[in-house]
Design a protein around this ligand. Structure first.
Ligand SMILES: NC(=O)c1ccc[n+]([C@@H]2O[C@H](COP(=O)([O-])OP(=O)(O)OC[C@H]3O[C@@H](n4cnc5c(N)ncnc54)[C@H](O)[C@@H]3O)[C@@H](O)[C@H]2O)c1
Ligand SMILES: [Zn+2]
Length: 365
């Protein structure tokens, strides 16, 4: 960790590029400082959504000044995170006079950072992207690590590219306008970070829930910083989904199955991950990895940041049947990230189907 003015900055080092993920209130006002100095005037294309631009666009426009050539709006929503939108946005960039010296600024939630990053990865064979995430999910996860992409009808995030940003600017102030449900969805990913790698982060969430919910500055800054530290550390150690990066998938194996089973519409991604974390925690316990006390602590913490939407009509059998189709499946083997204590996980494959079914049933109960 490198200390900035008051707030921390975390170095992400990958073979393609090294950059900082900076957590700093008001950093949007300094966004211009992170553009390459040599790019000409009018060289920025902002990709955002109307709601984010309406609430926070003025600060960004002020920060980027005359360098903004165009502001492109993305409709938002998982159903729009598709190839036709990539083509439309790239076409609008050409129409606006963007060229190979253009920098894309992706300003929004995880959908915008994924789509904006992907457009940047392929526009004129690749231009730089500056990531400015505005949801908790995007701040602690999606905008860091260079994974970009869109969905196919066949499944989520099936087309994409690794495209590391110039920097990731994380301004906790923007969370003040985030709908509460979106905030809670992000908090589940923060719980995930605690369980996989940081007992202090888990304890913060466990013991300071009222402060977390009321957006207490110290609590929020701490939980974002610790999550960003973990993501930056894991990505640095292992850019392309090797073993270490796979620990970030805790809760995602069954979480993805739940999202697919419900057509990506009933649960927010973080909510599906919350369910998946419950199932994985039960599985770790059934499998003899995780003791009863830690099992209850994790389940209870997830419960207190809920509730997630009702699970009626979903069966364990239908979720388990979907596991083989997950993108994270490697050569047909389903991998599970399972905690052996709070702050430490193992990656296991070859777990008996009956145990997976029992754990999923326990999470549904
Ligand atoms: N690339 C990765 O490593 C990675 C990791 C995690 C998630 N993701 C992707 O991220 C996406 C989910 O992202 P998300 O949860 O941020 O959802 P999202 O991008 O849909 O944002 C949620 C909603 O909040 C609005 N919003 C954003 N910031 C706001 C603010 N400050 N105030 C008010 N409203 C605001 C958005 O316009 C949107 O309507 C998924 O597509 C997922 O696949 C990618
Ligand atoms: Zn996730």
């Amino acid at each position: 960790m490198v200390q900035g003015k008051n707030m921390p900055s975390f170095r992400v080092q990958t073979p393609a590029r090294s950059y900082d993920a900076i957590v700093e209130r008001g950093i949007i006002a300094r966004a211009g400082e992170f553009l390459p100095a040599k790019a000409g005037a009018g060289s920025v294309a902002v990709i955002t959504t109307h709601d984010v631009w309406q609430r926070h666009g003025e600060a960004l426009r002020h920060a980027l000044g005359t360098r903004v050539r165009t502001v492109l709006y993305f409709a938002g929503g998982e159903h729009n995170k598709r190839m036709p939108e990539v083509e439309r946005l790239a076409g609008e960039m050409v129409d606006a006079g963007c060229d190979r010296s253009t920098v894309v600024v992706a300003f929004g939630g995880g959908i915008v950072t994924d789509v904006g990053g992907f457009v940047a990865s392929c526009f004129m064979r690749g231009v730089p992207v500056l990531q400015i995430p505005t949801t908790l999910v995007a701040q602690v996860d999606a905008a860091i690590g260079g994974k970009t992409g869109v969905n196919l009808v066949n499944g989520k995030n099936l087309v994409g590219a690794f495209h590391q940003p110039l920097a990731v600017l994380i301004d906790p102030d923007v969370l003040g306008t985030l709908p509460e449900r979106e905030y809670r969805a992000g908090l589940y990913e923060v719980i995930k970070c605690g369980v996989i790698r940081s007992l202090p982060l888990f304890e913060l969430l466990d013991s300071r829930q009222a402060e977390v919910f009321s957006l207490d500055r110290a609590a929020v800054d701490e939980l974002i910083s610790e999550s960003v530290r973990i993501k930056a550390e894991v990505v640095t150690a292992d850019e392309k989904e090797g073993d270490l990066r796979r620990i970030l998938n805790f809760g995602h194996t069954i979480g993805h199955a739940l999202e697919a089973e419900t057509g990506y519409s009933r649960f927010l991604h973080g909510e599906a991950v919350a369910f998946g974390m419950n199932a994985a925690t039960h599985l770790a316990h059934i499998h003899g990895l995780l003791g009863a006390v830690d099992t209850q602590r994790i389940l209870e913490c997830v419960r207190r940041y809920g509730p997630i939407p009702a699970l009626h009509g979903i069966t364990a059998a239908s979720l388990v049947a979907r596991l083989g189709a997950d993108k994270k499946t490697i050569q047909g083997r389903v991998h599970f990230v399972l905690p052996d204590s709070i702050g430490s996980v193992r990656i296991l494959s070859g777990i008996p189907q009956d145990d997976i079914l029992a754990a999923t049933e326990a999470a549904l109960a």
